[in-house]
Design a protein. Sequence first.
Length: 390
Amino acid sequence: MSNSFHPPQRILLGPGPSNVEPRVLQAMLAPLLGHMDPVYFQCMDEIQGLLRSVFETGNRVTFSISGTGGAGMEACLANLIEEDEEVVVCVNGFFGQRVAELAERWGARVLRVEAEWGQPLDMQMVRDTFKKSKARIVTMVHAETSTGMRNPIEELKSLRDVRDAVLIVDAVTSLGAHPVGIDRNGIDASYSCSQKGIGAPPGLAPVTFSERALDKIRSRKKPPRTWYLDIQILDKYWSSDRVYHHTAPALMNYALREALAIIMEEGLETRWQRHERTSRAFVSGVEGMGLEMLVAPEHRLWSLNAVKIPPGADDARVRNHLLTRHNIEIGSGFGTLKGKIWRVGLMGHSSSEANVLYFLTALEQTLREQGFEVPQGRGPTAAREVYKKG
Ligand code: PLP
């Protein structure tokens, strides 16, 4: 054992984390400040402003939770759900299922609207379920990381024609890669993570709450059972009151601040276009190799690309080969899609032409070595064509 840990430099193309720009890592080397230092408060204010821009919201209560995306999910559900109330949960993958399970843990009577994994939700079914219920909360996972499916969050606000409702959206695999449009889409509460489209290391969960969501929280009969994730108490630390709640992970927040600043320097639109083009090039490349995507084009994510494993290919052997010989991490399928798909994340700093071309070349080599007939060079050539056309 050496005295220090020397991890290899991987190309992170899994479902997250994605690679981090050196500038973001550099930001973590800045001097540590205490969590009640006025200079650290400036950093917090900047994070709030930048997060509002990236979430596309004017919500005052917008900040980072100390914890990963799951902590953001728990914060939204624990604060908004009251014991025994009905909640409509859209489920077409592993993370929709997790929202349903967590909502139940926080006391909800969950009304699941389900579709098969990798298939679109039936929005009429969502509407009918909501109409028949007494639910005042509806949840949807924007980017279903388990399948590569983009769900139609922009259609949720029409549910308010039926009854007023708090709309909760999981933006863990979309924020920073896809437009989320919190205000435009009438979303009341949303959570994400630091390690995917945002481009910082894992450890923080950006969240945002609208006034409608805060009104629901303020009118609770009892305070939420969670103390650590109580949004109203956390807000007293993030707002001008600056009431101590917990010791903030300051270095992580420096990294988040830097990553968000990079996003705004690139420009949101430009960043979304980069993710769209990278994904299009990737799809063109894998299809050029004779492989197929899981999700229909109109529902596909740019951030997470699910490729069907060709019959006869050894899922684990291919992934292991990519990791150990080419330093590329990709994700496996899980749940009903275990052994059926590879999940290739192209998010944040990892969403680049160089990564797409390197991955396609490595996958081609790996499959050929394992006896597959893959047309030589066709994948990378098809991807390059997309970039040439723009
Ligand atoms: N929601 C979605 C859609 C996710 O993809 C993930 C993780 O990948 C989570 C929630 C949980 O996030 P974390 O693993 O950062 O806790």
